[in-house]
Each structure stands twice: as C-alpha cells, then as structure tokens.
Design a protein around this ligand. Structure first.
Ligand code: 9MR
Length: 369
C-alpha cells in the first residue's frame, strides 16, 4: 500500500502532463486544416510583433490574416500623388514569414477614405482615382496577397445601392470597373465583394443582384465575404445556411470575413432609443465591466458551436473563416455602438486565455476523429 500510493500519484501527474501538452499542441488552424482557413484581423501592434505572447498565439492558432485597418485607403494612399506602404509591407511580410493566407482589406470603400479623396467631385477625377489606386496597390502585391476585398459595403439594408461618393460620381458602373481594374492588375488573385448583414433576406437579394450584374458585364468575382458581425440570438442559422447555398450557387467561394458575436445590449432594441443619445458610462448598457457571467459565457460557446457546426456542414463551399480580432480587449465592439464598454465577442479573452467558445469550436472536430 505504502508503495502503491506514490506510484499512483506519479502516474496521475504524468497522465495530466501528457494530456495538457496534448491540448496545448493542437490549435484552431490545425484542427480545421482540412476544412477552411482560420483567420484573424491584426492591429498595428500585432503587425509590429510588439507582444511576444500575443504573437506566438497568433502564429499558433491562425493561418490567415487580414489587416484590421492599415490597408484602408487613408493609410495606403494619404495624398493624391503619395502612397505609403510602410505598414502594409510589414503586414504582408508577416504573413509570408509565417506561411499564412494573406487577405487584402480593402480597395474601394466609402469609409476611412483619405481627406483628399473625400473632395473628389466629378466622374473624370473619380475614374482616374480608381484606376490609379487599384492598379498601384494590387500590382504592388501581385502574387503575394491571396485575395482582395475589391468593393466593401456598397449596399443599404434594403438591398439598394448605397449613395456613396463612388455611386454619386460614377453611377453603378463603378462596381464592374473596380473588379475589372483589379483583375487587370493581378489576374490570379481572388476577388471578393464584402459586406455586413448580407445574410439577411433583403440585403442578400441586393448582393446577389449586384454580383450577377458585375459578372454579366464582364467583371471577375471569385467570392463573397459575409462579414459576420453577429449577436447571440441572430441572425438565425437558417438565414446563414440559405446564404451559403445561394451565394455558392452563383459559383462563388463563401468566406466569413469579420466574425464576432456581441454579448452586450443593443441600444437599437430600446424603444425610441437613438444611438446618438449618450449611453456612455451607463451601467445598464455595460452590464459586465469586470467579467462575463458563466451563463453568458456558455451561451456564447453554444452560439459559436452551432455556427461552426453549420460551417463544417458546408465546408466544401467555405474558403475562410476570419475572426475580427485576436482577443476581446482588441475588439472594435468595445467602442461601438457605444464607446468604452467591455465586450466579449471573440474566442480569446483580454489575458489571451482561451474561452469556452474556443473549446466549443475545437471540440466539434476533436470528437469527430
Ligand atoms: O475594426 C475596425 C475599427 O478599428 C475601425 O475603427 C473601423 C473604422 O470604420 O473599422 C473597423 O473594421 C470594419 C471593417 O473594416 C469593415 N467592416 C466593419 C468593421 C467594423 O466596423
């Protein structure tokens, strides 16, 4: 008996060490390697490899990257005759060094434009801008960037075209022109239309019509990016599934490009609430400033599991699933639609620990073996 006890103890310790290292070895990108890319969006510090622990987590868990901000036009093309590729060069080099799939975000978007672009007032100037902007950037990274968001968020919620500066100056033609210019600059790179809420019926119909039209007019569209800024209760799995099926029926690759799930109350749900109303500092709108209660942590894990289960069912149609950020502390959802809240939308927490959501996504694959 005296001898058995220490032996049993040593055996248990050894077993638990081997189980832990087993757990630590596998990662999201590993378990999903035969299904689709698992991506993340990098901020400036992450691109600059500022935090060692964060950097090794990124390299371990993800095999696709998007720049959360630094490839938007205000950064890459700050003045009419001046491009600045300092940061995007670092981003692309980071992806190459780590053998990751590199996604370019984004070429034509009404938001985060440089001030000079916002002053473009006529079709001649806008045409010249688009040609120079798309050709310069896509050619620069030809063969190095794997896919591009050519046009981002061109639609209103009802599926009509957003009255952006591009539509106002050029009319609908700007859409096909953008895709043609991108193809001309790099005929092999995958070209995407990217938008949010395009899993909702009206906006989805608009996206399908838009993509069909671009294709009919000779533009090459390889894929659609459903951003996936979602909630615990919506959108429904039915609408997500219909979207995967309908987009892929057009011959498109389907990517989920900016996935996150808010767990906080939405000001738009409050009757008569106006998002411009000042909710900052309101305890009601920021219910979990210290930690996420277990009940919500579990709900988030279940929601992620059901979404990934659906993704796996349609893995033959899905090219990539990218989370919009590495960890909760980095998420734009801490500041939108109300500034300064504490949100928990991603699989890793502020201390880079993996959450139940992470385990639930991974478990779907591990139990299948
Ligand atoms: O996450 C990005 C945030 O840091 C920026 O302030 C914001 C500016 O518009 O853009 C965020 O990313 C957006 C993405 O580029 C396009 N789809 C919606 C994303 C969330 O707003």
């Amino acid at each position: 008996m005296k001898f058995i006890k220490p032996c049993l103890f040593a055996f248990t310790v050894l077993l638990s060490i081997s189980c832990t290292s087993q757990k630590e070895k596998s990662s999201l990108k590993d378990v999903y390697k035969n299904d689709f890319y698992i991506g993340t969006a990098l901020d400036l510090n992450q691109i600059n490899e500022k935090n060692k622990k964060e950097d090794s987590l990124i390299r371990k868990e993800f095999n696709a990257i998007t720049a959360e901000n630094i490839m938007k036009s205000m950064f890459t093309h700050p003045q009419k005759d001046k491009y600045d590729f300092t940061l995007s060069d670092k981003f692309v080099a980071y992806g190459e060094k780590n053998k990751m799939f590199i996604h370019g975000h984004t070429l034509i978007w009404h938001s985060q434009l440089a001030p000079w672009m916002q002053k473009i007032a006529d079709s001649t100037e806008m045409k010249a801008f688009m040609k120079d902007h798309i050709t310069t950037i896509v050619s620069k990274y030809k063969g190095r960037i794997n896919s591009w968001d050519v046009v981002n968020e061109a639609l209103n919620e009802d599926g009509t075209l957003r009255k952006s500066i591009f539509l106002k100056t050029l009319g609908e033609k700007y859409l096909v022109d953008a895709f043609k210019l991108a193809e001309k600059a790099d005929s092999k790179v995958d070209l995407y239309y990217n938008d949010y809420n395009i899993e909702e019926p009206a906006k989805r119909a608009g996206a399908i019509a838009l993509i069909k039209k671009i294709k009919a007019e000779g533009g090459k569209v390889d894929g659609v990016g459903i951003q996936g800024h979602w909630r615990l209760e919506s959108p429904s799995l039915e609408e997500i599934e219909k979207s995967i099926l309908e987009y892929s029926a057009l011959g498109l690759k389907v990517a989920f490009t900016e996935l996150d799930i808010t767990v906080l109350p939405n000001p738009w749900d409050l009757k008569g609430a106006d998002v411009n109303q000042n909710f900052e500092g309101s305890a009601k709108m920021n219910p979990y400033p210290q930690a996420l209660p277990d009940s919500i942590q579990n709900k988030l894990a279940e929601r992620y599991a059901s979404i990934f289960k659906l993704f796996l069912k349609h893995k033959d149609k899905i090219s990539r699933v990218t989370f919009w950020g590495v960890h909760d502390g980095q998420s734009w959802l801490n500041d939108w639609p109300i500034k300064g809240r504490t949100n928990y939308p991603l699989p890793f927490d502020r201390d880079l620990r993996h959450k139940k959501a992470y385990d639930s996504i991974k478990k779907l694959k591990e139990t299948k073996k």
